[in-house]
Each structure stands twice: as C-alpha cells, then as structure tokens.
Design a binder for this molecule. Structure first.
Ligand SMILES: NC(=O)c1ccc[n+]([C@@H]2O[C@H](COP(=O)([O-])OP(=O)(O)OC[C@H]3O[C@@H](n4cnc5c(N)ncnc54)[C@H](O)[C@@H]3O)[C@@H](O)[C@H]2O)c1
Length: 276
C-alpha cells in the first residue's frame, strides 16, 4: 500500500505536507552536477518539479511569467540547501525565451534537463469561445513548449540531455468544453514524439507525462461554461480523487533522469487510471 494518501481538492496544507513527506523519503540524488530548466516553476506542478530536481542535486533555472511564485520556489530550494535561480519568462515570446536560456547559461551553466510545465486552460462552449482565448491556450501550451525546446536544444545536443513535456490525460481522451486545451495537449504529445524521433540518435531523449486531476490553482480556472453539464465531465474524474503536484514531480524526475535512459518518445499517464 502506498504511503501517499489522496487529498481533498483545494485544501492544500497538511494533506499536501503529508504526501510530500512520504515522497521525500523516496528522493534520490540523480541530478548532481546537472542544470535544469523548468517552466511554470512559480506554481503547482512546475514548482514541485523545480523543488524535486533541486532536492536531487540539480541547479534549477525556475522560469515563469509570474514573478511572485518564482520567489517562493527559489526560497524553498535555497532553504533546503539547493541551488536555483528565478528567471521571469513568457514562454509565448521567442525573445523572452532566448533571453531566459541565456540567463540560465550565465547563472548556472548550460542546461541538459528541460521540463516544459507552464500551461493554461479553461472551459468554454466552443461556439462561444473567443478566438483570442483559443490562440492564447495554444500559444502557452504548445508554442511555448516548442520555443523552449528550440532555444535549449543546442545545449542538449552539445552535452547530451533530455526533455520532459507536460501534456494531460486530455491529450489522450476528449474532455467536454475543452477543445483548445485538448488540441494543445495532443499537440504537445505529438510534437514531443516528433522531437524524440528527430533526435533519437543524437543523445537527446524527449518524453511526456500526461497527468489527470492535480490539486493546483489551475483547476480553479476550469469553471463550467453557461449551460454546461457537470455530468459530461464525470469521465475525467478519477475515483482515486486528485493527485498532489509532488506526485507528478516524481514521474517527471524519473523521465528526466538517467534511470529512464532507454525511454524516449514515451507518454507516461499519471492520471489515477482515467485512461485505462
Ligand atoms: N492541474 C491539473 O489537474 C493538470 C492536469 C493535467 C495537466 N496539467 C498541466 O500541468 C501543467 C502545470 O499546471 P498546474 O496545474 O501546475 O497549473 P498552475 O496554474 O499551478 O501553474 C501553471 C504555471 O504556468 C505559468 N504560466 C502561464 N502562462 C505562462 C507563460 N506565458 N509563460 C510562462 N509561464 C506561464 C503560470 O504563471 C503558473 O505559474 C500545465 O501544463 C497543465 O496544463 C495540469
């Protein structure tokens, strides 16, 4: 029986602390001497990934568009004896991404681990969905992932390395009111497989995790649209409930580590059985 207990949505606090404590007993030292770039590192899963990689010895460049969260991430890394630097970055801007990667190299050295976690979403009736929201969701989730991979790949090709992209169970199954989100995440999945094929023989692995429901602030952005029916969403609710961000970080860390050295182009579903 796993020591990690399910959590009550939106409560955070001691339930998350208990899960984190269970997981910390399993943490290794797989990233000593490595530099990792983590996007979306100011909140939720990205923050947990940054903390996990740092706890395992990585020097972490924590990238996010939101500065406040980044400060907390780097404070927590430093307090735990790790090394991290906060870099404000909008992943939808190629200029901003290039500057962030240059700042990473200057502060920590060339990255060899890249985790694309930044993402946004929301529920919409497709007929009412503003074009700008469609474009924004694709820009952050899909184009942002492309831009960060493009800017970091030269370092990964030079030194060897790996990329872990965060998709979603919605890359594998339809979710009502989520056309843009599903399309963006399916795009992340096939973009990652394409990269894995392109760099298969050149020392760069590219893998994906596909989380189900994780208790993060993002969940609050998914409010039923006008006339929406909650029953349509039951199939994307795992009977196991919601996961904690740290549970996702464990799977990301595995795929980012040399323990998964024979794994590339893979999709690891971490979704409480939604896609069984
Ligand atoms: N929470 C879930 O249930 C769930 C399920 C499946 C997949 N995911 C995916 O996991 C990833 C992380 O989500 P989360 O739940 O931790 O959400 P979150 O809202 O807690 O964190 C997302 C982070 O991305 C950052 N971000 C947004 N736009 C950005 C931009 N343009 N440039 C840089 N950073 C930007 C935000 O500031 C935020 O810190 C997302 O890709 C999300 O789609 C989440």
């Amino acid at each position: 029986m796993s020591p990690i207990k399910r959590v009550t949505l939106g409560q955070g606090g001691s339930e998350h602390d208990a899960a984190d404590a269970s997981i910390s007993a399993l943490v290794g030292r797989r990233f000593i001497g490595k530099v990792a770039v983590v996007t979306g590192a100011g909140s939720g899963i990205g923050q947990a990934v940054a903390l996990r990689l740092a706890a395992e010895g990585a020097s972490v460049a924590a990238l996010d568009i939101a500065e406040e969260g980044l400060g907390s991430t780097v404070e927590q890394i430093t307090a735990a004896g790790g090394r991290g630097t906060a870099i404000t970055c909008d992943v939808t801007s190629e200029e901003s991404v290039i500057a962030a990667v240059a700042a990473t190299v200057e502060a920590l050295g060339p990255p060899t681990v890249v985790c694309n976690v930044a993402g946004i979403g929301g529920f919409f009736n497709t007929v009412d969905m503003p074009l700008e929201r469609w474009e924004k969701i694709l820009a952050v989730n899909l184009t942002g992932t492309f831009l960060v991979c493009k800017a970091t790949l030269p370092h990964l090709l030079e030194h060897g390395g790996c990329i872990v992209n965060v998709a979603s169970n919605t890359a594998l199954m339809g979710q009502a009111y989520s056309a843009a989100y599903c399309a963006s995440k399916a795009g992340v999945l096939m973009f990652s497989k394409a990269l894995a094929a392109e760099y298969l023989s050149r020392g760069v692995r590219v893998n994906v995790i596909a989380p189900g429901g994780v208790d993060t602030p993002l969940v609050g952005a998914f409010q039923l649209p006008e006339g929406g029916d909650f029953n349509e969403l039951k199939k994307v609710m795992s009977p196991l409930g919601f996961a904690t961000p740290a549970e996702m970080a464990g799977s990301v860390a595995f795929l980012a580590s040399d323990e998964s050295s024979y794994t590339t182009g893979a999709v690891l579903s971490v979704d409480g059985g939604l896609t069984i």
